[in-house]
Unconditional design. Structure first.
Length: 394
């Protein structure tokens, strides 16, 4: 069917997105990358004492741990329910939240990335606990709330560890929580209010250099680029598979949906084998001959990731439209065949009734004629016997 012909393009899009992301990062790595540890404009304005290298290391650690927490919670909810609607909502939750975490954590300014991630964690936690999403995953709401609590607590502990003084930590916590409380989630994560604009205004007020400047001011190391490459290489195949699972949930024909899931499972095995070639050891060996490069590479990777997600989504919608058209065509043909069969059955029933009536009439007439013949024969025999008796008496 047309659905199965379109499904490989979804797989190719996810795999192609991962390969393009890796190629873009390796190609752009040929430019220079600052190895320095100077603070960014935002760090200077806020008086942050933590080093840039420490913040970047924190970014990488959180980028590995936090999405895994969300993914694990979504998978747990899907495994503990037979409700297709709840499974779909859990799938959509990780499809939206995991890239939102990456987008926040991989901001060019490490301090802005950390603060924006902290705000996002608070917004999601409040959304699921007391906000508009408090009944989103009922009766498994506690699993999602526990995951959001864990994400928020993880960032909280990291912030407390990075803070050089309790007073500075309390001040930062109060500011972040106040801002997050004033800007709750009311719709999709893609439309959430971000603290980045506020941070940019702070940086602009204390320096002529923008907090988002990516040339010369914000340092990044080759190892940092390699770590982000590993994160994206692991995420892009997952994103393609999740979009395929979402498409399968929306299909009318569950047999075709199962075939799609089987196809994506085989593709996942292939991507796992590819990831072995993209292990940290292999990447480090490849990057041994690569010079420093500027953080514009990360913007390229983000653009490729968004392009891949947009392509997969458009393919899924086209596949669903094709499936719906096929279903309508099949149902119309079935209705026509059913009507024709009913007409034939009605005609056959009438013919059988006529044949039965005719046969019954023949049987009755033949029975009547046979009875009349027997009566006549009996009368003749009686007459002969009487005549014979009368002759004998005479």
């Amino acid at each position: 069917m047309r659905t199965l012909r379109r499904c490989p393009s979804l797989v190719e899009a996810g795999h192609r997105g991962a390969v393009l992301a890796l190629c873009g990062l390796l190609a752009s790595a040929c430019t220079s990358v600052s190895q320095g540890g100077s603070q960014t404009s935002l760090m200077q304005v806020t008086g942050a004492k933590v080093s840039t290298e420490e913040l970047r290391a924190t970014q990488m650690a959180l980028a590995i741990r936090l999405p895994g927490t969300i993914e694990g919670a979504a998978d747990t909810m899907a495994a503990q329910t037979q409700d297709a609607g709840l499974r779909r909502r859990a799938l959509l939750w990780k499809i939206e939240l995991v890239p939102a975490l990456y987008e926040a954590l991989f901001n060019a300014d490490p301090l802005a990335a950390f603060l924006d991630s902290w705000v996002l964690a608070i917004q999601v936690d409040q959304f699921l606990s007391v906000g508009a999403g408090k009944d989103l995953f009922v009766p498994l709401q506690s699993i999602a709330i526990d995951a959001s609590h864990n994400v928020r607590a993880s960032i909280y502990r990291t912030a407390k560890h990075l803070a050089k003084s309790p007073e500075g930590f309390e001040k930062a916590q109060a500011a972040v929580e106040k801002w997050a409380a004033a800007h709750p989630l009311t719709g999709p994560l893609s439309s959430r209010d971000s603290i980045l604009t506020h941070l940019a205004e702070m940086a602009a007020g204390g320096s002529d250099v923008s907090v988002f400047e990516a040339v010369g001011n914000i340092p990044a190391t080759v190892s940092d680029i390699a770590a982000r490459l590993d994160v994206y290489a692991a995420y892009l195949p997952k994103a393609a598979r999740w979009q395929g699972e979402l498409m399968a949930y929306e299909m009318k024909d569950q047999g075709e949906a199962q075939q799609v899931l089987t196809t994506f499972a085989s593709v996942q095995k292939f991507t796992d084998r590819m990831n072995q070639f993209l292990s940290p050891e292999a990447v480090q060996a490849a990057l041994g001959t690569v010079r420093k490069e500027r953080l514009a590479a990360m913007a390229t990777v983000d653009a490729l990731r968004k392009e891949a997600q947009t392509y997969v989504t458009s393919e899924r919608e086209a596949a669903l439209a094709a499936v719906d058209m096929e279903r309508r065509t099949v149902m119309a043909d079935v209705d026509r065949q059913r009507a024709a069969l009913m007409q034939e059955m009605d005609a056959l029933r009438k013919q059988v009734r006529l044949d039965a009536d005719e046969l019954a009439s023949r049987i009755i007439w033949r029975s009547a004629l046979a009875a009349a013949g027997l009566l006549i024969l009996a009368a003749l025999l009686t007459t002969l016997v009487l005549r014979h008796a009368l002759k004998a008496r005479a």
